[in-house]
Design a protein around this ligand. Structure first.
Ligand code: SF4
Ligand code: SF4
Length: 337
């Protein structure tokens, strides 16, 4: 397994890391077991966030007594010094530690700098030793580019998968030039990509650290298998990637859910990508009465536009929903998938 050094932080870990968002959906015992199995299998980097309900506590419980053997990053959505300090104290308590390897401003709306109290609070936390390195996460490419150019952060976390655009790839390259560690989130593009081997081979071609969102032992086993069966890019994998890119590129919903809640309770993060999901997973799962009712809610969209102000990918959500509903109705009427 190739190792990655996260820019100036000097943190060097196997290029195969654990995204701890999904463990908030399993019991404490299951989460602790998954995290320890991940460590035993070779993973050394674990990414959590204040916003992931009890994920930090589960990470803290799993690695109590072995803190120095793992690298832990977390995040805060705070925008004021006061909230930042509260969050940082809570995170340290949850993680049962007196330092965080990388503390990141979560889903930044812009590149915060020394004119902003939140940036200064982060720098101060590093000076105090509570935080070893400072990072930031973003979803909008323009914001991410500004962060990379600023050189103010030691790491940048950004969505990166084999559906990446040329611009995304240039961002990765720019981070490498500026010695900024690149943490790749959404390596499966919100569940749209299902070929883990192709995803891993793609990541191994770049200077990035993928954090795979893991909820089940079966998923973990798949990622851990790459420690023993290393994958690299081959013509066969290139063909898989090319096929998926042809099918999926364009304005597609990543399923992140940032646009929700919807004014009329449409489950946007599933319904806006139904056309892809229904073709990439057993379609019967998406044709149940439940999902038919959910999809029909699209007809009640009042075009309020609130969702669009929240979507980091600036998608025209009402149009995307309508396009998905039209396709879904045609499938229900017998169109082959
Ligand atoms: S525009 Fe439609 S989908 Fe978006 S929040 Fe409003 S009602 Fe919901
Ligand atoms: S529409 Fe945008 S914000 Fe909403 S789930 Fe999809 S990608 Fe995320």
């Amino acid at each position: 397994m190739r190792s990655i050094t996260l820019g100036k932080t000097g943190i060097t870990v196997p290029q195969n890391a654990f995204g701890a968002l999904p463990i908030q959906r399993v019991s404490v015992d299951e989460a602790v077991s998954l995290l320890r199995n991940a460590y035993d299998g070779g993973m050394r980097f674990f990414d959590t966030a204040r916003a992931y309900s009890d994920s930090e506590e589960k990470v803290g419980k799993a690695f109590e007594g072995m803190r120095s053997k793992v690298f832990i990053s977390s995040k805060t959505q705070a925008t004021t010094r006061e909230k930042f300090e509260q969050d940082l104290d809570t995170t340290l308590r949850n993680l049962k530690t007196d330092y965080i390897d990388i503390y990141q401003l979560h889903c930044a709306a812009r590149c915060y700098n020394s004119d902003d109290e939140i940036y200064n609070a982060l720098v101060e936390a590093k000076r105090q030793g509570k935080v070893r390195h400072i990072g930031i996460t973003a979803h909008k490419i323009g914001v991410a580019e500004e962060i990379a150019e600023s050189g103010l952060y030691e790491t940048l976390q950004f969505p990166f998968s084999y559906l990446a655009s040329e611009r995304d790839i240039k961002l990765v390259e720019r981070c490498r030039e500026k010695d900024i560690g690149f943490i790749a989130m959404k390596g499966l593009s919100g569940g749209l990509l299902t070929d883990s081997k192709a995803c891993m081979a793609f990541m191994s071609s770049y200077n990035v650290l993928p954090i795979w969102g893991i909820q089940k032992q079966k998923e973990l086993d798949e990622w851990l298998s790459f420690f023993t069966n290393e994958v690299t890019m081959t013509d066969e994998i290139r063909a898989v990637i090319e096929k998926d890119r042809n099918e999926l590129l364009g304005d597609f919903c990543r399923g992140c859910g940032y646009c929700m809640p919807c004014t009329v309770e449409i489950t946007i993060n599933q319904c806006a990508r139904m056309s892809q999901m229904i073709r990439r997973a057993p379609s019967q799962n998406w044709l149940t009465d439940y999902w038919q009712q959910e999809m029909l809610k699209i007809d009640s969209c009042v075009d309020c536009g609130i969702c669009m102000t929240r979507c980091p990918y600036e998608l025209d959500i009402p149009s995307l929903l309508k396009k998905n509903l039209k396709d879904y109705k045609e499938i229900l009427a017998g169109k082959p998938v």
